[in-house]
Write a protein that binds this ligand. Structure first.
Ligand code: BEZ
Ligand code: FE
Length: 297
């Protein structure tokens, strides 16, 4: 660490005067919210630069880093969101915007691998679409915060295969390990998926370099993504995690919440399945009961 050196009162006053002058430049902004956001951004950015006594060389490196983040970003890859995710900013924004409501299920990070227009499956159908992995029976209910079951709730599910890749990461046009289904008249759902396994976030770009340079792992704890929508309810974007996964405490995007860690019970070879399907090897089963908060909270 660089030794801290005394900063004279004159220097401090000069730095502070600049902060205030830049903040005042937004005084006439017609949009009060934009003004608030810009003035706070200036306040905190300057505080950061002053706290670490940023050198010009470091400032240049930071600009180069952000330029690289921009260059690798296109309609398929969003490196800025990945940066926000790995700095915990995505989870902080989710925390602010999805305040706890009664026993409503907690939200977590969306991630870059959701695709609009997933295939619809029947209740009890298979969302794996041939993706490699151990079969996993997933079942549960969707209810409102008063405990009333919600029929017809739309459930989107997506996950990586056992090699740690989402379908969209392959060069072909496969659609696999993603689907949507609707709850039945009693708010119940069930489907076959695959037992989640850990995988790294895309780390062949500047965010990966940042993780490597700082000694951080790119790995995400094993998870299965859900997005649950129903009229009058707050849309829930979340995942469930696998109890016992050793990455639960070091998920690189800080997405794990204790309430979302579930028992994926592994069933020995030959165990009869809930729907009579014949499975060659082991399979797992998990229960996930979803509670949706009302829309206006
Ligand atoms: C994911 O879970 O799919 C994910 C989330 C954040 C960053 C990268 C991947
Ligand atoms: Fe994921």
């Amino acid at each position: 660490m660089t030794p801290t050196r005394e900063i004279s009162a004159e220097q401090t006053a000069r730095e502070q005067e600049l902060v205030e002058r830049v903040q005042r430049s937004f005084d006439d902004c017609a949009d009060p919210r934009l003004k608030e956001v810009m003035q706070a951004a200036v306040k905190h950015l300057h505080a950061f630069v002053r706290e670490v006594r940023l050198t010009e060389d470091e400032w240049n490196k930071g600009i180069d880093f952000l330029t690289a983040v921009g260059h690798i970003t296109d309609d398929k890859r969003q490196e800025f969101i990945l940066l926000s995710d790995t700095l915990g900013v995505s989870m902080q924004t989710i925390a602010i915007n999805n305040e706890a409501y009664g026993n409503a299920t907690e939200a977590t990070v969306f991630g870059p691998f959701f695709v609009e227009g997933s295939p619809e499956i029947e209740l009890g159908g298979d969302m794996s679409g041939g993706a490699a992995g151990e079969p996993c029976w997933v079942e549960g209910t969707v209810a409102d915060a008063e405990g009333k079951p919600i029929p017809g709730a739309k459930i989107e599910v997506w996950e990586a295969d056992e090699d740690g890749f989402y379908d969209v990461q392959y060069d072909d046009d496969r659609v696999a390990a993603r689907a949507h289904l609707f709850t039945d008249s009693e708010g119940r759902y069930r489907f076959w998926g695959i037992t989640p396994t850990p995988y790294p976030i895309p780390h062949d770009g500047p965010v990966g370099k940042m993780l490597e340079a700082t000694g951080r792992s790119p790995m995400r704890a094993s998870h299965l993504h859900f997005m649950v929508e129903a009229p009058g309810c707050r849309t829930l974007v979340t995942h469930i995690f696998v109890r016992g996964d050793e990455l639960l405490d070091s998920d690189t995007v800080f997405g794990v919440k204790e309430s979302l860690v579930k028992d994926f019970d592994r069933q020995p070879v030959g165990t009869p399945t809930p729907d009579g399907r014949v499975v060659d090897g082991t399979w797992s089963k998990v229960r996930f009961d979803v509670v949706l908060a009302p829309a206006q909270t």
